[in-house]
Design a protein around this ligand. Sequence first.
Ligand SMILES: [Zn+2]
Length: 255
Amino acid sequence: MQLRLPVHLAEAYKSPSQRTRLLTETWAAENLYCPSCDADHLQACKQSTPVVDFFCAHCSSIFQLKSQSKPIGMRILDAAYQTMVEAIRANRVPNLWALQYDPSGWRVQNVLLIPSYAFSLSCIEQRKPLQRTARRAGWVGCNIVISSIPADARIPVVTEGKAANPSEVRRAYRRLVGLTRLDAEARGWTLDVLHAIRRLGKDLFSLQDVYALEEQLAALHPQNRHIRPKIRQQLQRLRDMGLVEFLGGGRYRVR
Ligand SMILES: [Zn+2]
């Protein structure tokens, strides 16, 4: 993977945002690969749509690229809130590449891949409507809250100027791919319980450890009053996906 942006292409552009867009999109088309199959390249969408920038010609996976020069923090500004909610409910969210470049050396510094199946309503935050003075007054955007996504689904592709091996990226992508078979609500539950277990920071944990997070989980799913049965159901699902091992007697191991 070549990490230098093709800066010679940008000379004709005066606007910094146009320049960044051209450079990072050209870079992505030349260097990013499909994490879902063995395709070495992605195709740029000719007709630019609001959220899809690239697709895989082999497996039809779709991708969005978000580029910025400041470090990838805990929130990424995304599309309109309602558009995103509808896309999540309909399983139409693309995989997201979050890219950070160094504007002084025009190099790609960090790339994080968030698989499409990792998006649930729990990681979407509604922003305040734009003020009346704004060009798009009243428009309501959303943030993707990276910290609400389990670490398993934040896949490092480039870290501090060093590219990961594509086989590792693909392995990480496939680990949770079973989530694609679930509808948005079920997937959200599984992701939230996985995230809760990861944050316990223990290899071995008990059902009581997870029950202790009941309130947090209830806050994410206010319409659901049967939190404990839901927790147990997610543990079974995570076991079936090979992420949690049942040791018996309400004890579990993270794999
Ligand atoms: Zn593919």
